[in-house]
Design a protein around this ligand. Structure first.
Ligand SMILES: *[C@@H]1O[C@H](CO)[C@@H](O)[C@H](O)[C@H]1NC(C)=O
Ligand SMILES: *[C@@H]1O[C@H](CO)[C@@H](O)[C@H](O)[C@H]1NC(C)=O
Ligand SMILES: *[C@@H]1O[C@H](CO)[C@@H](O)[C@H](O)[C@H]1NC(C)=O
Ligand SMILES: *[C@@H]1O[C@H](CO)[C@@H](O)[C@H](O)[C@H]1NC(C)=O
Ligand SMILES: *[C@@H]1O[C@H](CO)[C@@H](O)[C@H](O)[C@H]1NC(C)=O
Ligand SMILES: *[C@@H]1O[C@H](CO)[C@@H](O)[C@H](O)[C@H]1NC(C)=O
Ligand SMILES: *[C@@H]1O[C@H](CO)[C@@H](O)[C@H](O)[C@H]1NC(C)=O
Ligand SMILES: *[C@@H]1O[C@H](CO)[C@@H](O)[C@H](O)[C@H]1NC(C)=O
Length: 666
């Protein structure tokens, strides 16, 4: 839905408002800010496109909403660890980082690591979010919908249940090849194999790929990126090494073999579930193969190494560009978004839910909090709303559109020689907008809030100056100063002044396409979202800029005059009112944009050798490692580490850590 830009009538009841209007803003007694539609899909389409292949962003927004055709370049190394020396069956998993493979299935007493290398550019299908996470209910939704057509058809997955009491007690633990009728316990691994086979089958049946051609794998993320490889016989990836990565065990350290001979060993000797039992994606076969819980001297530390390898793919953090998973390239001209308003039922269900939950009117306007005290909390919730969005309302008709559109775009991408229909890299275009405004909005809101709370008139000039400089930075390429009419600054800096309107147009159209007729349907969706986001940003920042300029020239521009002289009590009140009004508008814009991930950072930044920790499942360090509190007389797997409730805390307040402080303990 396009952003609705319109003005509301003068805000009755706010006494300062009339003064503001008379002194600085336009004569029509209008609120100069665009009113943001909080039900619009645009900021979500924008942000989902922005986060593609970025570990950091997708750790904040785990419920993926985008399906994208992608390519892995020639000569890319791919890793597969497994228990036993056999070659993998198909389909199976590759990790892009050996640390990930190793931690999943490489640390056992009979573990092998296979390295494959691509022989040609390999096409893939990418699901964003933490699409390989078995933890979040919403993470798998986009895959499941593509497999099952609509929400009502997606089978209920049983709640993430307790693991079997013992890894050796295989009688009710469903595993691949085990008769399903004999399973009494739901096995998430079985669900994973079903998903992998299902997606590979879809590709095959739709004529979108096969052995050595077309789409051959599925790219997903949890802690790092992985690839479901549809067929290991494919000549597109060649085995280059196959080594025994088991390390000699630590003498006398507890292990399950020893545990069996201990009284009550099976029960008490059961190692705690690594990563919630995730540890067996390298299917087990062979003598040690029955144990899904590999052991070895590096089992504990491998989680940290895995976490570290994932952090190298963080990508865009703190408003500064980063590469993310650069070994995969997106065809950004053929994206499919589950936020596409063409999914009318899904869209209206989301809107109805959010309208109620966030106090939004039917037109999408935020009603605001019950009291000013709640404002901060309410805005924070709004900023984070995308994290909680689910795809649960794909009706039959939405599903028909989704399936045919996804398949058509995959086919279109397969057939096209050019990487993008129009030659525009849309992911890059979106990233450039965040690069331009991510840090700037944070700085502007900080400068506004410093100015509002500055009581000392002399210092006010300094804070106003910083505020002015930070806002001006966003208008350099768009605003041309007119000749100052010192007798009527209000007119000079009026929103309606030709120079102001020209600046607004330049800003809003900074990514305008020369020929929109060249754009594909997918590109139109992305393009409209970018335009709406820019309309909101430029429309909000322009009145902030103009009113700040007016204040500056009215009270502060003469370097020889002390603000003490010019700034009467009344004018100071006016200044603070305007600035407060500007701050409110910028905060609401930030909430609307929802770039929660870019405004969350390790602050102060991390030292040499440290990494900024956010919980990237499953390498979150739940199990921890023996720390100072562990005296080694336990089972060797102390139940330390961070609990589930701490996960949200560390997500919003990341910590700098190193190998000795993983996971964080405070
Ligand atoms: C992989 O390709 C081989 C050779 O064409 C074929 O025999 C096999 O059935 C394929 N496996 C899967 C899972 O598609
Ligand atoms: C999904 O829809 C397609 C096309 O109508 C159909 O062929 C397929 O069987 C459906 N899949 C499921 C799981 O219902
Ligand atoms: C599965 O259950 C059937 C019937 O209870 C039994 O005969 C069969 O041996 C079981 N299979 C396995 C692998 O346990
Ligand atoms: C693999 O290496 C481990 C550790 O060095 C060793 O104990 C094991 O016997 C090796 N496996 C084989 C099959 O050689
Ligand atoms: C959307 O899906 C959820 C979960 O199935 C359901 O509770 C809700 O009623 C649905 N909303 C609409 C409008 O159908
Ligand atoms: C919703 O907005 C209205 C109008 O500002 C306000 O009176 C009410 O308290 C708000 N409700 C919540 C839950 O914030
Ligand atoms: C700046 O202030 C000084 C001292 O009041 C005054 O003499 C000067 O004319 C002012 N300059 C301008 C351009 O107003
Ligand atoms: C060492 O750990 C064991 C098991 O947690 C505990 O029972 C024992 O009290 C601990 N000993 C010391 C000295 O902390």
């Amino acid at each position: 839905m396009p952003l609705r830009l319109f003005r509301i009538a003068f805000l009755a009841g706010l006494t300062w408002a009339s003064r503001v209007q008379q002194h600085v803003f336009d004569v029509e007694h209008d609120n100069p800010f665009p009113r943001l539609n909080f039900l619009s899909a645009s900021p979500h389409i924008f942000h989902s496109t922005f986060g593609l292949l970025q570990q950091w962003t997708n750790t904040f927004v785990t419920n993926g909403h985008t399906i994208a055709p992608c390519v892995i370049g020639t000569n890319t190394n791919l890793y597969h660890a497994r228990i036993g020396s056999t070659l993998p069956p198909s389909p199976e998993w590759f990790a892009f980082d050996s640390e990930m493979s190793y931690s999943i299935a490489g640390t056992g007493l009979n573990s092998y690591l296979l390295t494959y290398r691509t022989t040609r550019p390999v096409r893939c299908i990418y699901f964003d979010g933490t699409s390989a996470s078995l933890m979040n209910d919403g993470s798998m939704e986009s895959q499941m919908l593509l497999l099952h057509n609509d929400s009502s058809n997606v089978p209920d997955s049983p709640a993430f249940g307790p693991p079997p009491s013992s890894p050796r007690d295989g009688t009710d633990f469903c595993r691949p090849g085990y008769p399903i009728a004999n399973c009494t316990r739901w096995n998430f691994l079985q669900a994973e194999y079903d998903r992998a086979s299902g997606l590979c089958k879809l590709i095959r049946e739709q004529g979108l790929g096969g052995l050595g051609w077309g789409y051959e794998g599925i790219v997903r993320m949890n802690a790092g990126f992985e690839l479901i490889w549809c067929n290991f016989s494919s000549p597109s990836a060649r085995l280059v090494s196959h080594i025994n990565v088991s390390a000699p065990p630590v003498d006398d350290e507890h292990n399950p073999q020893a545990a069996q001979s201990e009284p009550g060993g099976v029960q008490s000797g059961t190692p705690p579930q690594p990563y919630y039992g995730y540890g067996d994606r390298g299917r087990s076969d062979g003598p040690h193969g029955r144990s899904p819980f590999p052991l070895g001297p590096f089992r504990e530390s491998s989680t940290y190494e895995w976490f570290r390898s994932a952090t190298k793919r963080y990508g865009f953090v703190g408003g500064a560009p980063g590469r993310g998973e650069a070994r995969v390239r997106i065809n950004s001209g053929s994206l499919f978004s589950f936020y596409d308003p063409a999914l009318v039922d899904q869209e209206s269900a989301r809107q109805a839910l959010e309208q109620k939950h966030y106090n939004i009117t039917a037109h999408g306007y935020w009603r605001g909090p019950a009291s000013t005290d709640d404002r901060r909390a309410a805005l924070r919730e709004l900023t984070r709303r995308r994290r909680y969005q689910r795809i649960r309302n794909i009706t039959k008709s939405d599903g028909v559109f989704m399936r045919s559109t996804v398949l058509q775009r995959l086919r279109q991408s397969l057939e096209t020689e050019r990487p993008y229909s129009s030659g525009i890299d849309w992911v890059l275009a979106v990233e450039e907008v965040v690069a331009r405004y991510g840090i700037a909005l944070h700085d502007i809101s900080a400068a506004l809030s410093t100015t509002v709370s500055e009581s000392d008139r002399t210092k006010l000039r300094a804070t106003m100056r910083r505020l002015r400089e930070s806002i001006h930075g966003t208008w350099i390429a768009y605003y041309e100063y007119p000749v100052l009419d010192r007798g009527n600054l209000r007119r000079t800096f009026s929103l309606n002044a030709p120079v102001s309107q020209a600046a607004l147009e330049r800003c809003r159209n900074q990514v305008e396409s020369f020929s929109t007729s060249d754009l594909s349907d997918s590109e139109h969706v992305t393009y409209r979202a970018i335009l709406a986001v820019l309309a909101a940003i430029c429309g909000t920042l322009l009145p902030v800029f103009l009113s700040t300029e007016t204040l500056w020239f009215t009270y502060f521009n003469n370097a020889t005059v002390s603000p003490h002289v010019t700034l009467t009590a009344e004018s100071k009140t006016e200044l603070q009112s305007i600035t407060q009004h500007n701050l409110d508008a910028v905060e609401e814009l930030m909430a609307w944009l929802g770039w929660m991930d870019q405004w969350t950072a390790c602050s102060p930044g991390c030292g040499w050798g440290q990494t900024c920790y956010i919980p990237t499942w499953p390498a979150i360090g739940i199990m921890g490692r023996p720390g100072p509190g562990s005296n080694g007389t336990g089972r060797g797997y102390p139940r330390r580490g961070i609990g589930m409730d701490a996960l949200e805390k560390y997500l919003w307040q990341p910590r700098c850590i190193d190998s000795a402080h993983f996971p964080p303990q405070d």
